[in-house]
Design a protein around this ligand. Sequence first.
Ligand SMILES: [Zn+2]
Length: 373
Amino acid sequence: MAVSMGVEEEFHVVDVESRMLVARAHEVLDRLPARGFVTEFLQSVVESNSGVHVSLDALHEDLARSRQTLSEAASGLGLAIVAAGTAPLARVGTVDATPHPRYLHMVDEYRLVADEQLICGVQFHVDVPDRDTAVRAMCVVSPWLPTLLALSTSSPFWLGRDTGYASWRTLLWQRWPTSGPAGCFASAADYDAAVTGLVRSGVISDAGMVYYDIRPSAHQQTLELRICDACPRVETVVMIAGLFRALVVDACAAVRGTGECGHTRPQWLRAMTWRAARSGLGGDLVDPTTGLAGPARAVVRTMLTRLRPTLEEFGDWELVSAMTEETLDLGDVAHQLRRIAAGGDLTAAVDFLMAQTRTRPATGAPVPAPGRR
Ligand SMILES: [Zn+2]
């Protein structure tokens, strides 16, 4: 069985000296090949788009290569890239939107919510058989998305202070009018009509502003996962890609078999997401199989066990289960950052994130020269 995946990673641009978030993404992008690297809404973010891959090893190599290319471009400017939900040290109002009509409209319309969008995520795309199946599979996958969020939580610090959350980025996202759980739809036509209605309402300007935790691609036959914080270690990204692919493949099989989606109420999904954003892997998560609070480690292992047959079918089991156990041992990044910055020194937290984001080549393979994509 071959099911393709792709990943979009967002990175903060940080000044190496001051460790502050800076609006210099365009300078980094000017030094990069046009293909594979793009601007984002705010001028402090660069995004890299992976190729399409069937194997996790190939995805790993691709992501590691892009990070190295980005790091090299940034370091020549006294800058570094940081993959984390938030940059610990930043100031609101110092980062302008990328000058593009769509982005300037967002600044105008959404005001402080837009100004404070100083956050980075990682998005995962997995191929699906058709858009109808994709839309119905979203509902089956949704109860497990908070568990994937918990594995990625990396944004405890916001504007120089500890928020008390593992993923403050999640709380910032939830202020947009069309973010959060996707909802339950019978078909692609049903979903598309709902999106058209939202655009027609004038609350959002285009379908690209549908920021649900999961959504079907408008043009490709993929499901896109959007709930996760950007992850400093590339291995975490690879692990979540493997888990999400297995979740999607199982969900597609389920809706094609029984036709049922096992609908979970959006309010319930929102509560489960809050739980994951609050404590990450450091406390309880809501177990989708029971609806009860359970230790995060146990809920993650429940998910892993359920996905095992599919992970084995893809040959991903050893890699993904080992990476998951390693993540449970290390704890989430939010808790690691809090330990590092225990003395109140957030520059140490930024240094940790910079070092983790700068990856080594995957599996000892030689890293091709930048630009040869
Ligand atoms: Zn449903």
